[in-house]
Design a protein around this ligand. Structure first.
Ligand code: MN
Length: 240
């Protein structure tokens, strides 16, 4: 048996190819697993658990089916679906995880994170993150009518694409010092995250000479990406 991890699926109503690939993954790989961990950005945008859009209801139903079949599903917020809340958790059967979360399995310890908090070189983004993670900000946003929230989300997506085009190369990745500081603080030698859309396995040495590993999940825009963890180790699988 194995535990499987995905992140950055970026589900959206206009991309049936992505949702079909993801639903197929739920039926094939995920049903064979002991548990599924979704490490953020499952959705391209999430405007609130009260969204009455058909697609926003379909995805929790699919997760619920997996959960009810005996595969627990865990969810951690990303920078696009940070508004997922208790109602989504209830509808989907997902258990919500804090970022970061330490996971011990098969005699190993892994630190799970979405990854955006580690992109500390991007000061503009970190300021934005702080603002939108504030419960008061979220309360005010969720009090707006759905149509207005949809409009804001659309503008935010456009602005984000523009911003990434201008700044992607220099600030789009995690900061190595932030990575090492977090791993030292949480006392782990393996970190698994997504967000940067740079799927890879990085081996490096921590300050105290200990071997460490950072595994990065890929985005699902063009292909599926998952990490499989079993008693034999951890494997990054692309091209799902
Ligand atoms: Mn992200």
């Amino acid at each position: 048996m194995a535990v499987v991890f995905v992140s950055d699926v970026h589900l959206e109503p206009g991309r049936a190819d992505i949702s079909e690939r993801f639903f197929r993954f739920l039926e094939l790989q995920a049903t064979q697993a002991e548990a599924l961990y979704v490490l953020g950005d499952l959705f391209e945008a999430w405007i609130g658990d009260d969204d009455d859009d058909e697609f926003a209801k379909l995805v929790p139903r699919k997760l619920r089916a997996l959960n009810d079949s005996g595969v627990p599903v865990y969810f951690m917020h990303g920078n696009r679906d940070f508004l997922i809340g208790e109602r989504f958790a209830k509808d989907s059967g997902c258990r919500l995880l804090a970022d970061p979360t330490r996971l011990e399995l098969y005699g190993e310890t892994l630190l799970l994170s979405h990854g955006d908090a580690l992109c500390t070189d991007d000061l503009g983004y970190q300021a934005f993150r702080k603002e939108v993670r504030d419960p008061q900000w979220q309360k005010r946003f969720l009090a707006r009518p759905l149509a207005q929230r949809r409009e804001i989300a659309r503008h935010a997506a456009d602005a984000s694409v523009q911003y990434q085009r201008q700044h992607a190369a220099e600030i789009g990745d995690v900061n190595q010092q932030a990575v090492e500081a977090l791993m030292a603080e949480r006392q782990v030698t393996v970190l698994l995250h997504g967000h940067t859309h740079r799927p890879a396995v990085h081996d490096f040495t921590l300050a105290d000479g200990v071997e460490a590993r950072r595994i990065v999940l890929g985005a699902w825009y063009e292909q599926g990406s998952m990490v499989r963890w079993d008693k034999n180790g951890i494997e990054l699988i692309q091209n799902l």
